[in-house]
Design a protein. Sequence first.
Lengths: 321, 265
Amino acid sequence: MPIVLIVAEQQPDGHLRKASLNAITAGKQLADKAGAELHIALIGKDPAKVADELKGTGAKAVHVGAAPELEHYLAETYAPVLATLATELKADYVGMASTAQGKDLLPRLAARLKAAMATDVTGLNGSGADITFNRPMWAGNVFAEVKLTTPVKVFTVRATEFAAAGTGEGAAEVKAFAPKVEASKTKFVEFKEVKSARPELTEAKVVISGGRGTKGDFKEIEALADELGAAVGASRAVCDAGWVPNDLQVGQTGKVVAPSLYIAAGISGAIQHLAGMKSSKTIVAINKDAEAPIFQVADYGIVADLFKVLPELRSELQKLK
Amino acid sequence: MKILVTAKRVEDPESKIKVKPDGSGIVQEGLKYKINPFDEIGVEEGLRLVAKHQGEVVVVSIGGKEVQEQLRHALAMGAHRAVWVNHTGPLDQLGIAGLLQKVTEKEKPDLVILGKQSIDDDQNQVGQYLAEFLGWGQATFASKVESMESEQEKNKVPALTVTADGKAVRVIREVDNGLATLECQLPAVVTTDLRLNTPRYASLPGIMKAKSKPIEELTPEKLGVDVTPKIQIVKLSSPPARKAGIKVPDVATLVDKLRNEAKVV
Ligand SMILES: Cc1cc2nc3c(=O)[nH]c(=O)nc-3n(C[C@H](O)[C@H](O)[C@H](O)COP(=O)(O)OP(=O)(O)OC[C@H]3O[C@@H](n4cnc5c(N)ncnc54)[C@H](O)[C@@H]3O)c2cc1C
Ligand SMILES: Nc1ncnc2c1ncn2[C@@H]1O[C@H](COP(=O)(O)O)[C@@H](O)[C@H]1O
């Protein structure tokens, strides 16, 4: 039986990176189509607790590799360990969420497996050995259906296109293995976390993003976000200016989000920005310029000054309570 | 220090990309082409590093003869010489990384700088494939902490720094929830993120000088690389268009719509 192996990710704080659950759903869909068995891999210094969480996701087995040298993620140490596991399992497909780590690690792993790879997969087609992947190109202006023709096939998953897998289904066998960690030419120096009390941008139900129109003043955006329990996002212009952390950039080269409600304030709606938020359920645009392209994708637009609209919106929402 | 940088030819990011009705490709007419924005950042970073540590920036591009335009652009920015791998027809990331591996083995640079992704394929793969093929360290998504409008940026201080002993590079990377710093033993592969630097304009004397800088021509055959694609594009299509909604006159209407129509608040 063919094997689909999904790599789960542990955050630096020890928790499961939630996008892993979306990747597991993609893995399940693929396993169904390909008539394959779903396996999960998780490696790190201390992955046991997170591995336990993954037992109920419907996979056949969770392979857990612990080693002190795997404390800090490095593509150079993680790729060989996972390649050995994939080879021993005779995995036909290896996938992971399209997170910063997924994008760094999987191409290196693919190179090791002599595998072709599809990045940011949004859908799967076909059956049996004849599987194709859908993926965006040209900042989401184009979708391609691609077929990988190498024996092993590698992919990353766009989390917003697959629901998160539940964790109460079945009981996968947890199989511990002892990773042989290769020496690395790269040293981890430090990780500077940008801490925020607000929800994670990629997981929030509501996202309020600010653009250059804010002129760097995010106070009203943040106040509205807190009123709605929302995450804060931004356009590239805002991150480039250093007004907010880079981690908040939404778009082709930033985060891809698909919340129930996306509010864009002072954002013009360049194609690269739209690439990261077009799949949101409801989009609201606040912009002074009635011709701004953002209005072409917005369900509700309001042509006005954001510094006037945002406080008013907040007080109207407070009244609803 | 010898630095190899890549320069892919891509559609101008401002252009409107349309799929041909039969899904076999994109409509080429009227498109403008540029050096991949991430690669331009790579060229700039290479130039800043050699300005500080001496050496040479060699730029490489793979494609038909039209990619010489992008090579000339990089030469006009200040790169010293160029390598053109002449190949028309489809190429995938495995093929490109295979060609770049051979060019790297031939040129023996201390550092290869690539873009993190090409804005046509959006694959984000070649740098990582190349690092593994070479058995080198990798630092992807190189960025910087300071604002682009900071004094440092104005003074063009490199954000990618060579360690005191000259044997490694220290790279700040954009990752989820923050910034990670790595130290890669040289030779190494680095890929650029948008905020690493602001590329310089090519000056007029730069453009004049570029005309006489050498471009070496290679081919996949000469490099001994089989570039048969392992990624087959079955079909291209346009994403479903999102319908433009309505403009609301005031905040009260907006809130009413969000509550009673969209049911999201
Ligand atoms: C390779 C590449 C990758 C890129 N990746 C991304 C990406 O991932 N994400 C991204 O966002 N961009 C990305 N960009 C940049 C993108 O092309 C745009 O430049 C950027 O999105 C513009 O940001 P903005 O909308 O905030 O600014 P602008 O385009 O300057 O728009 C500002 C808007 O604010 C409005 N405004 C001004 N004042 C007010 C006010 N008081 N009240 C209300 N409205 C006001 C204006 O009418 C205007 O529409 C990328 C570009 C390239 C070349
Ligand atoms: N045809 C090419 N010629 C030169 N460099 C390329 C080519 N294709 C890709 N690259 C490099 O690989 C990087 C990543 O591309 P990709 O993996 O396709 O997103 C790009 O930013 C370029 O630096």
